[in-house]
Write a protein that binds this ligand. Structure first.
Ligand SMILES: NC(=O)c1ccc[n+]([C@@H]2O[C@H](COP(=O)([O-])OP(=O)(O)OC[C@H]3O[C@@H](n4cnc5c(N)ncnc54)[C@H](OP(=O)(O)O)[C@@H]3O)[C@@H](O)[C@H]2O)c1
Length: 217
């Protein structure tokens, strides 16, 4: 199943819709998952329900992890990274977050991305953007009618990005290297557009992104 990286030891910070959905697909692919949450009991409950490990703090979750996925609300990012301090220096950290404002989308679309903000504040972290453009249902099952959705990955560190591309592929997306971290702005726009479509058309929160045309694999 795996090529270069094999089974990954992954910490997921956030045990809500996204944390649980990603934990499920990563576990199915054979990775080792440790979940943390703001309240340790939430991480424990979520982990028990899906067969993952739980940590009593974010610090404990990332200690032995080779890859960290951040799946918390935008407003919690400051707290999370302050708490982690230098524990994530040199590690690959995947930012799966969005800053959503459906009433005033321009507020989100005009600024830098969450991922760039994290990278600017924590230059020693290898920040990679992925997963944020996918609804939770599609993170748990990244295909529709057997067709793999596109798993876009952006980042400035090629080795870190390659590792995340391998992860994205292992859970069932078609992996696509989308370029530098600044492209995270586009991913956050894609997420906002998908959310606004679900709301305005009363769609069932199941759609995912797929570019059609060659190459097909
Ligand atoms: N929902 C989606 O379909 C979707 C898809 C892609 C991306 N996103 C983005 O992904 C992020 C998470 O969304 P979600 O829907 O999963 O939210 P959610 O269901 O509200 O879950 C948020 C999780 O973050 C945890 N958390 C908050 N502050 C924390 C902290 N300081 N340390 C550790 N954990 C903390 C919460 O802990 P407790 O459980 O203890 O409260 C909770 O488990 C958001 O940025 C969202 O915009 C959402």
């Amino acid at each position: 199943m795996f090529k270069e990286y094999g089974r990954m030891n992954i910490a997921i910070i956030g045990a809500g819709n996204v944390g649980k959905a990603l934990a499920k697909s990563c576990l199915k692919a054979g990775h080792k998952i440790t979940l943390s949450a703001a309240r340790a009991e939430h991480a424990a409950e979520a982990a028990k329900a899906i067969g993952a490990q739980a940590a009593s703090s974010n610090e404990e979750a990332v200690k032995d992890a080779e890859l960290v996925i951040v799946a918390v609300p935008y407003d919690s990012l400051g707290d999370v990274f302050r708490g982690l301090g230098s524990l994530v220096d040199g590690k690959v950290v995947v930012d799966a977050t969005n800053h959503t404002n459906v009433q005033n989308p321009g507020e989100v679309l005009g600024g830098i991305s969450n991922a760039e903000e994290i990278q600017q504040r924590h230059p020693n972290v290898k920040v990679v953007k992925a997963f944020n453009y996918a609804l939770a249902a599609r993170l748990a099952e990244p295909s529709v009618n057997g067709v793999p959705l596109d798993g876009f990955v952006a980042g400035d560190d090629q080795a870190a990005k390659d590792k995340v591309l391998e992860l994205v592929k292992s859970i069932g997306f078609r992996p696509i290297d989308a370029g530098p971290l600044v492209i995270a702005r586009v991913f956050e726009g894609m997420a906002l557009l998908n959310i606004m479509l679900q709301i305005s058309h009363n769609w069932p929160w199941q759609n995912g992104w797929k570019l059609i045309g060659p190459p097909e694999d």
